[in-house]
Design a protein around this ligand. Structure first.
Ligand code: SAH
Ligand code: SF4
Ligand code: F3S
Length: 490
């Protein structure tokens, strides 16, 4: 007789931190004998990994948790769990405790490793709520079921010490802790050993990596630049990404580390948040618009062809039309490749939520629409300039909309679609000539040509002429780092 294995579904909201936590949660569940279910309806245990960065993220999670009532009625043995950032907030936990009796497990961001024990209690009939206010030491060696084989997130720091005045993250993710460099590198080596070719180093502020770690033999604590150099040495890894960068802490040494580490992709996600110095100060961001723009200049000079993306918020308390225009001005000057735009959402317990002059919804919406129009028109112009260029692309797989079309990402993190006669697997690297551009996506044609890493490209024209470009650097070969070749017309 076939015994059905118990199955579990982890539903993730929020940022990459949660995506990575969900892999650990599924890893633990798998080690307990659960197999991954593709649908909530088929699972014996469903865990929601929640986000509370804005009110609408909370509402979405509550909506999903609410729907579980019906499933639980049909299957009283179903275990419904809630964890993640919302679980860290006592007010939100209380809502679940009092109004959602069908949720029988609540745990937080600091005690994921306790899941086996907590589940045992749930299976014994207890309703379990265990959330730690403070993190313990960094826990290493937890199992993970990775979402992809060819690419992976790797935590480098946990938590955040910045306390930007609008932001809930430091309250729900705790103080900043860096993982030891050898632990990060060991994880990257393991991933490479199992076929992973792209890693994304994760932290709320990757640029403050290393604070508090024991000093290196040189006497100083390791920093983000040191880490990039180390990860760059891992055999088998072909691309290194990192997020999120903090404009205040992005040092010239770090820019240099990106520029000189050939596997590190030339994409910088540098949240601007606002362009008005007055608002930036109220946000506690630690830079001015001028300093931010100067940083972009330094990055673009050191890493030609770099793409720069950002997060921008409108409607921070006290933001005037003039302040908003300052944001629009910085956007015009910065010429972002893409921007995530947000409407400020007051978060209980944060400093900004108590500030006077909260902005009306109507004004916030009007500003965000104007901002989106500007961001889109610039992004579309920036992409237009890529038409005809040659880009190195990592295959992601068939496009979601049309399985006969392939999707991939350039080193600059732009999505590109193309059709190919060849069979490609996720993680393969191919060379494409950009044939059409849209605001958020590129379209290309596959070309013969070998990729190396940055600046070590062989375009079809050069290859036809028998010219070997491998190993030359971007600046010495006349190749821009996005693969644009000076001899595009050959
Ligand atoms: N650590 C990263 C990401 C934080 S959350 C950073 O420093 O940028 C991602 C984005 O959400 C932020 O960049 C910010 O633009 C936005 N955000 C954070 N709190 C918000 C709030 N209360 N209302 C609206 N947007 C918010
Ligand atoms: Fe939030 Fe600021 Fe920390 Fe980013 S750096 S997580 S915006 S407090
Ligand atoms: Fe949300 Fe928590 Fe990330 S609040 S944005 S899931 S750190």
């Amino acid at each position: 007789m076939e015994v059905r294995r118990r199955s579990a579904k982890v539903v993730t909201f929020g940022c990459q931190m949660n995506e990575r936590d969900s892999e650990t949660i599924m890893g633990i569940l798998s080690s307990l004998g659960f197999e991954e279910s593709s649908r909530v309806e088929d699972a014996d245990i469903v865990i929601f990994v929640t986000c509370c960065v804005r009110e609408n993220a909370e509402n979405r999670a509550f909506g999903n948790l609410g729907e579980m009532k019906r499933l639980k009625e049909g299957n009283p043995n179903l275990v419904v769990g809630m964890c993640g950032c919302m679980a860290q907030r006592s007010d939100l936990r209380e809502i679940v405790r009092a109004r959602m009796p069908w949720v029988n497990l609540v745990f937080g961001t600091h005690n994921i490793h306790r899941l086996p024990e907590l589940l045992e209690r749930v299976f014994a009939g207890e309703r379990v709520v265990e959330v730690w206010d403070e993190p313990d030491e960094v826990v290493e060696g937890l199992p993970a079921v990775r979402a992809y084989g060819h690419k992976a997130f790797v935590n480098i720091t946990y938590g955040c010490d910045n306390f930007c005045t609008y932001c809930i993250v430091p309250y729900v993710r705790g103080r900043e802790r860096s993982r030891r460099m050898e632990d990060v590198v060991a994880e990257v080596c393991d991933l490479a050993g199992s076929g992973c070719v792209e890693v994304t180093l994760l932290g709320q502020n990757v640029n403050s990596y290393g604070r508090g770690l024991p000093p290196l033999p040189s006497g100083s604590s390791p920093d983000f630049a040191d880490l990039l150099h180390e990860v760059n040495l891992v055999d088998g890894i072909r691309r290194i990404r990192f997020t999120t960068s903090h404009p205040r802490d992005f040092s010239d040494k770090m820019i240099e580390a990106v520029a000189s580490s050939e596997k590190v992709c030339e994409h910088f996600h540098l949240p601007l948040q606002a362009g008005s110095d007055r608002v930036l100060e109220m946000m506690h961001r630690g830079y001015t618009a001028e300093r931010y723009l100067a940083l972009l200049d330094r990055i673009r000079e050191a890493v030609p062809g770099a793409s720069i993306t950002t997060d921008i918020m409108v409607g921070f308390p006290g933001e005037t039309e003039e302040d908003f225009q300052a944001t629009m001005d910085v956007v015009r000057q910065a010429r972002f490749d893409a921007a995530f735009t947000f409407i400020y959402s007051p978060r209980p317990g944060t400093v900004a939520a108590r500030m006077p002059d909260q902005i009306e919804d109507e004004v916030k919406h009007d500003r965000v629409y104007r901002l989106i129009d500007l961001v889109n028109s610039i992004a579309s112009e920036v992409n237009d300039e890529l038409c005809g260029s040659i880009v190195e692309v990592m295959v992601e797989g068939p496009s979601e909309r049309d399985p006969s079309v392939l999707s991939g990402r350039t080193r600059t993190n732009k999505m590109i679609h193309w059709t190919s006669e060849k069979a490609h697997n996720p993680g393969d690297i191919v060379m494409l000539r950009v044939s059409q551009t849209r605001t958020w996506t590129l379209y290309g044609e596959e070309i013969e040509g070998r990729s190396g890493y940055r600046g070590a490209l062989t375009c079809d024209g050069h290859e036809a002429a028998g010219e070997e470009m491998q190993g030359r650097t971007a600046s010495s070969s006349g190749f821009a780092t996005d693969g644009r070749c000076d001899c595009n017309d050959v």
